[in-house]
Ligand binder design. Structure first.
Ligand SMILES: [Zn+2]
Ligand SMILES: [Zn+2]
Length: 702
């Protein structure tokens, strides 16, 4: 019995929760999504208000809330077309890797947009209007003290006669009033033309803010490329080289950076001018709820007044270039579905690039489409990548799922604070059901990470859940691949380290004497190889020789017992027994050799690939390796408090850089080449990654 929806984090059917992050669920059957019919396998995404309604007969409809950011995010740019092309043509590994994970059109957005030109020209007129707005003269009646009354209408006498509470005293001649009705004149600001000006300030402010955020994001991306193009001070040239390779120098970096800085200045100035207008007489006196339709009505003032005319022109320019207009439910849903699908493909593209960095190559370059599996080989061992039907992708080794890569189109960094807290809690809840290491990728850049937990690999001290990594990725952030590669490092290399020592089972009677120290029994018939055998022990060579000779002797005797049946059968049985003994022994030696092969693998430097690193086996199933070439060290260490073993990898740094230990510091310093994180303020320290977790209780030795 399948549930109403499929959870992409776990890959299993389950009931929808009341609150979730968009993109984590797909429909298991056909049904109605936000009132519109959709087939099975459709991402369950909310409408513009952040509400998702899903009904699949016979189950009753469910309503789920999803946080949505106030502003839409910039799309994938040039990648959008490239990803659509790859998916339609069912391209293979080489086709996908030919597409750089970077938006090639990013420089287009660094130029001044038409609306910004118009603003430069017309903003002075909006300022003039705000300083001295046109008003309507309004006359209305009000009860006022006699001393303040100026113009008294005719009906004031009648009113006074019937309102004794407004009398001051009764005199012989009549009544002396205390308060009378007077005509009050006032300037009315809340007229259509002024509403247009006030709302235009709002619209333009929003536009400029969004543009500023985007240009800042682009500039950060460019600065990252620039940083990676130079010789790094810390000696992490491996990381820099990998990142810079993705860039490919298709754009004049310096020029683009200059352009971006220029744009930031321009936009900053515009924002300053607009913000000043919000304290002007016009803006403060037009109520915020006085809205005007986007379609401008050209009134006398808007058509003829020298300043208002230019304000109208500015409004029209905004309407043309920045107004998104009303979108129908269908259109909204279509766009959301398209963006979610594209983001899934983008996550796959990054995964492929990350796999390539680990020197994986396809066994055969098969076409990639949802449901397809790609067999890969590389130094980390045979691995399979499956593009699942639900749009996620998974990595398997020897039939075991190592990692799920799930993408959510919700830019968590853009959410309002309280929604972000709820989203993080919902993700932590959802992670409880995880059985495999999972990484959640969402749109965002390293600079915007709102919570350290949302930019963390599952082994980091600060994280949402030990099975869930959360990382921002962006088509303008060159280091997105490197961040994802660190997760691969953990599930591939980390798992390989943790599998130390290699063990095997054998029925062979191993000669008890002359056993090398590195071979240790682990229960009946079970052995562990703790370190490389320098050479096969003398006694083993003797044993091999002895068994061979015994078998040969028995065979020879079998040949001599020609006619006697009973003796023949006995001799035959003896040959079989000796053959089995020899086979057993050979199996044992093969198992030792296989274990040694795995140790050889451990001695390959994960950073530079040099083989034969110095290997030391430490007590309690720990090991330590150091690369003689690049100076990287890697090890498996047991925490004295919780008794867990953790994989470590630290590249050699020529100089220790000064670090800002904010979210993603390790990605910026080491990139993919780190496992358990050291203390950012003492990079040589080995601390348990779970040290800050509440269940990390000290181990009692007694
Ligand atoms: Zn090395
Ligand atoms: Zn510990």
């Amino acid at each position: 019995m399948s549930g109403p929806a499929l959870n992409r984090l776990t890959g299993a059917a389950a009931a929808l929760p009341e609150f979730t992050v968009a993109g984590l669920w797909v429909s298991a059957t056909s049904g109605l999504l936000n009132g519109l019919p959709v087939p099975a396998g459709t991402p369950l995404l909310p409408d513009a208000r952040g509400v998702l309604t899903w009904s699949a007969a016979p189950a009753s409809p469910v309503t789920v809330t999803c946080p949505v950011p106030p502003d839409a995010r910039a799309p994938l740019g040039s990648l959008d077309a490239a990803l659509t092309g790859l998916a339609l043509d069912a391209g293979g590994w080489t086709d996908w890797l030919r597409v750089s994970p970077l938006d090639r059109d990013l420089a287009d957005e660094l130029h001044r947009f038409p609306l910004e030109d118009t603003m430069e020209r017309e903003l002075t007129h909006l300022e003039a209007v705000c300083r001295q707005p046109r008003t309507h003269l309004e006359i209305f009646e009000e009860r006022q003290l006699v001393s303040r009354a100026r113009q008294i209408p005719v009906r004031a006498v009648n009113y006074l006669a019937s309102h004794t509470e407004d009398w001051d005293a009764r005199t012989l001649r009549g009544v002396r009033p205390r308060r009378v009705i007077t005509n009050v004149r006032d300037d009315l600001y809340d007229i259509y033309e002024n509403r247009v000006a006030a709302r235009l300030i709002d619209h333009l402010t929003r536009y400029v803010r969004r543009r500023l955020a985007r240009v800042r994001e682009l500039l950060n991306g460019l600065d990252t490329i620039d940083l990676n193009a130079q010789t790094p001070p810390s000696g992490m040239h491996w990381r820099q080289g990998r990142v810079y390779e993705l860039w490919g120098e298709s754009l004049d970096l310096t020029e683009a950076q200059l352009l971006a800085r220029e744009r930031l200045e321009d936009l900053g100035r515009l924002l300053y001018r607009l913000e000043r207008l919000t304290v002007s007489p016009l803006y403060t006196r037009v109520p915020a709820k006085s809205q005007v339709p986007a379609q401008l009505r050209l009134t006398n003032i808007l058509g003829n007044d020298p300043h208002y005319r230019r304000v109208a022109r500015l409004w029209l320019s905004w309407y043309r270039h920045a107004h998104t207009g009303h979108v129908s439910v269908q259109e909204q849903q279509q766009t959301a579905q398209h963006d979610a699908t594209q983001f899934d493909r983008y996550a796959l593209l990054l995964t492929l690039h990350a796999l390539q960095q680990f020197e994986f190559t396809p066994v055969t370059d098969t076409a990639l489409h949802p449901g397809a599996t790609l067999a890969l080989r590389g130094p980390e061992g045979p691995t399979e990548l499956t593009w699942q039907l639900d749009g996620t992708c998974t990595l398997q080794q020897a039939g075991t799922e190592l990692l799920r890569v799930v993408a959510s189109p919700t830019p968590l960094g853009d959410l309002r604070r309280e929604e972000l807290g709820r989203a993080a809690a919902a993700l932590t809840d959802a992670a409880e059901a995880l059985t495999t290491q999972t990484v959640l990728l969402y749109p965002g850049t390293a600079q915007q990470t709102p919570m350290p937990e949302l930019h963390a690999v599952s082994s980091d001290p600060v994280r949402l859940h030990p099975k869930l990594s959360c990382l921002p990725i962006s088509a303008v952030d060159l280091e997105s691949v490197e961040r994802l590669a660190r997760v691969l490092r953990l599930v591939l290399t980390g798992a390989r380290f943790t599998a130390y020592p290699p063990t095997f089972e054998t029925d062979a009677a191993v000669p008890p004497t002359g056993l090398p120290d590195v071979l240790q029994p682990r229960g009946p018939g079970r052995w562990a190889l703790l370190g490389p055998l320098s050479a096969q022990p003398h006694s083993w060579t003797n044993e091999s020789r002895r068994r061979h000779h015994a078998l040969e002797d028995a065979r020879r005797q079998l040949g001599s017992h020609a006619p006697e049946r009973l003796a023949l059968r006995r001799a035959q049985r003896e040959v079989e027994r000796l053959q089995a003994e020899l086979d057993e022994w050979t199996t044992f030696l093969t198992a030792v050799a296989a274990s040694e092969q795995r140790l050889t693998h451990l001695r390959r430097c994960p950073v530079c690939g040099t083989e034969g690193a110095e290997f030391s086996a430490w007590q309690d199933d720990q090991f330590h390796c150091a690369c003689g070439d690049c100076g990287a060290t890697w090890s498996l260490r047991r925490c004295q408090a919780c008794q867990q073993r953790h994989p470590w990898l630290l590249p050699h740094l020529h100089t220790v850089p000064t670090l800002e230990a904010g979210p993603g510091w390790a990605d910026r310093l080491y990139g993919r080449d780190v496992l358990t994180l050291p203390d950012p303020f003492d990079l040589g320290s080995y601390a348990c990654p779970d040290g800050q977790q509440p269940d990390h209780t000290p181990f009692n030795v007694t």
